[in-house]
Design a protein around this ligand. Structure first.
Ligand code: ZN
Length: 130
């Protein structure tokens, strides 16, 4: 967040994602808030503004993710990194059933938690969109 993204790079990220949020799969045409270029590894954590570290993201996912790169899952207090749209396969970590996200891995669980993918408002929005 906050970094200048050159137009050509922004276009590449958008088209590569087929205009969908690479986390929650919402389509940008359905969003009123506008989509953003996400630094998968945030600048704070050393991520760079280059195609391999960028993802197309809806406002809610990007805003909830902030500069986070992972979270601690209870009860073991283990640090689990977030889903990486460039190197992970979405369907190995998430399942979307009746508009609700289910984790298929700890990475999925961590990402659902941090990005608040199952907040009531987000599930309701999804019902309107899909
Ligand atoms: Zn999203």
């Amino acid at each position: 967040m906050g970094a200048y993204i050159p137009d050509r790079l922004r276009a590449l990220v958008t088209i590569r994602a087929e205009h969908r949020c690479e986390y929650c799969k919402a389509h940008e045409d359905d969003s009123f808030l506008g989509f953003q270029v996400d630094h998968i590894i945030s600048i704070k954590h050393g991520g760079e503004t280059e195609a391999e570290n960028l993802a197309w993201s809806c406002f809610a996912c990007n805003n909830n993710k902030g500069s986070d790169v992972g979270t601690v899952l209870l009860p073991e207090n283990r640090f689990i990194r977030l889903y990486n749209p460039r190197s992970d396969h979405w369907s190995e970590h998430f399942e979307l059933l009746d508009y609700v996200f289910y984790a298929k891995s700890e990475i999925g669980e961590a990402t659902i938690k941090v990005l608040k993918l199952n907040d009531v408002e987000r599930v309701m929005e999804r019902q309107l969109w899909f």
